[in-house]
Design a protein. Structure first.
Length: 476
């Protein structure tokens, strides 16, 4: 499988094409130090077979930020170094920090914007990034990733909504000036032989923001600057964030944030087309910089197809890897049916926005980490084979089933519409689920599989058929 082919990123050889994007854990204290829980989270990804692990955003400066990791001075090096050592001792996974600069925000809804920064502030930002990259190298990381996406400082300079009217605003060339200076400083302090990637938005998804037409030019500039990989995200902006009184503004609370972390009702592989267009564009300009795509990629067959078709070079698998860090190993062993499938409920996003420790709804109650992988048999059904029942009531398909026998962490609901293939449509911890997207005039088949904490599945339950009749809207 192309999914398990290695890739050389400026001397950092990742063993496969699976990248865990930066996901804030909120497991750090206000001190920003690495602790045991944080280290265990990233070791768990290494155990599961990830190719490249991008550690959650680390502040390059000393501004207050709540529970967020830091790499802003040398006092953070011991904890970071120990985390890197444990990951390297666990597997051949590679690990890099995502380094980030952000501006001030207040619970009142006020936020500092980039037009409030003077030349000295900008010079300081450049220096902070260079020093952070040098610390990343000293800590033993395999590279570093610059956070130039979403609502944060580097991205705000690149944005079409950049309000500055000096050499750092207005034209696209001016808006790219800061990232150019940052890359030069990072190379000066960390070295040309240190793998440096960048995460950018392919589209902003805000009114007046840039689309892929400008996004691919921005990617081209990063390739011209010598970035070793370009990880594409979208959205996640403050401009359309929803402020709740007394709470810190969360950049993923508006529509652009929904696009950054697509919910269950968005199509699979939501942003792959943006990556394909960007990759095609920079390749045509003579650059082979690896492109990372992300956004609701969870099916092994989809992941392989993206790579085989050359639509991207690496796959960013975030929430699916949170739900089941063993996703790579299960695919490699031919055990895809044992994958704990993310249902894209975005409880993890809600916890992040509330600055609470981030876990997965599908984990056992109270778990801080995903449960360990384990061989053996999964749950079983009793004599009724699950006794799955379905009825079309209140404009939705209402499913109920019996309790499976054995250790049960949850249930995967499978559906086929008309003559399509059966696939997981939802994960449920209860023994009922309502399919609100079922529509009259269609044929649906359903079955359910129970799974245990390690993702070991039961056989399928009995299969039920639903053929709701078209409603009578009255005489015409």
């Amino acid at each position: 499988m192309k999914l398990f082919e290695p890739l050389d990123i400026n001397g950092c050889v990742i063993p496969n094409r699976i990248l865990v994007p930066a996901m804030v854990t909120r497991l750090s204290g206000e001190d920003g130090l690495v602790n045991r829980d944080i280290t265990d989270r990233y070791v768990r990804y290494a155990e599961g077979g990830a190719g490249l692990i991008v550690v959650e955003a680390m502040a390059v400066h000393g501004a207050k930020s709540g529970p967020l990791l830091r790499i802003s001075d040398d006092s953070y090096l011991p904890g970071l170094s120990e985390m890197v050592r444990r990951v390297h001792d666990t597997s051949d996974s590679k690990i890099v920090p995502q380094i980030i600069h952000f501006l001030k925000i207040a619970r009142s809804g006020w936020r500092q914007t980039i037009d409030m920064l003077d030349e000295a502030d900008i010079d300081a930002i450049v220096g902070h990034f260079g020093a952070a990259a040098a610390r990343a190298r000293e800590a033993g990381f395999d590279g570093a990733e610059l956070h130039s996406a979403h609502a944060y400082t580097l991205s705000s300079f690149i944005s079409r909504r950049n309000p500055r009217n000096d050499d750092y605003g207005g034209s696209l060339e001016n808006r790219l000036r800061l990232i150019g200076r940052v890359m030069n400083e990072v190379r000066r302090q960390a070295g040309d032989d240190f793998a440096v990637g960048v995460r950018i938005d392919a589209e902003e998804f805000i009114r007046g923001g840039y689309t892929v037409e400008e996004g691919k030019l921005i990617a081209l500039r990063h390739a011209q600057l010598g970035c070793d990989y370009i990880s594409l995200s979208v959205g996640g902006k403050f401009e359309d964030a929803e402020h709740h009184p007394g709470k810190v503004l969360h950049a993923y609370s508006g529509y652009s944030g929904e696009r950054a972390m697509p919910d269950a009702w968005h199509p699979d592989m939501t942003h792959v087309d943006l990556a394909a267009e960007t990759k095609s564009f920079i390749n045509a300009k003579g650059f082979q910089t690896p492109i990372v795509t992300a956004g609701k990629i969870w099916k092994p067959e989809d992941a392989e197809q993206i790579l085989e078709e050359g639509r991207a070079d690496v796959l960013g698998i975030a929430r699916q890897m949170l739900a089941d860090p063993d996703w790579p190993n299960k695919i490699k062993r031919g055990e895809s049916e044992r994958i704990v499938v993310c249902d894209f409920c975005n409880i993890c996003k809600i916890l992040d926005g509330e600055h609470r420790p981030v876990n997965c709804y599908l984990w056992p109650k109270g778990a801080v980490q995903a449960p360990p992988d384990a061989p053996g048999e999964g749950p079983t059904w009793g004599p009724g084979g699950g006794d799955l029942q379905v009825a079309f009531q209140g404009g939705e398909a209402r499913l109920t089933w019996s309790k499976a026998e054995g250790s049960v962490a949850g249930y995967d609901v499978y559906r086929a519409a008309d003559d399509g293939a059966m696939s997981v449509i939802e994960a449920s911890k209860s023994r009922r689920w309502n399919d609100r997207s079922a529509m009259a005039g269609m044929r649906y088949h359903y079955y359910v599989r129970a799974y245990d904490p390690a993702g070991r599945p039961s056989p399928p339950s009995n299969t039920v058929l639903l053929e709701p009749e078209l409603p009578n809207y009255g005489a015409r």
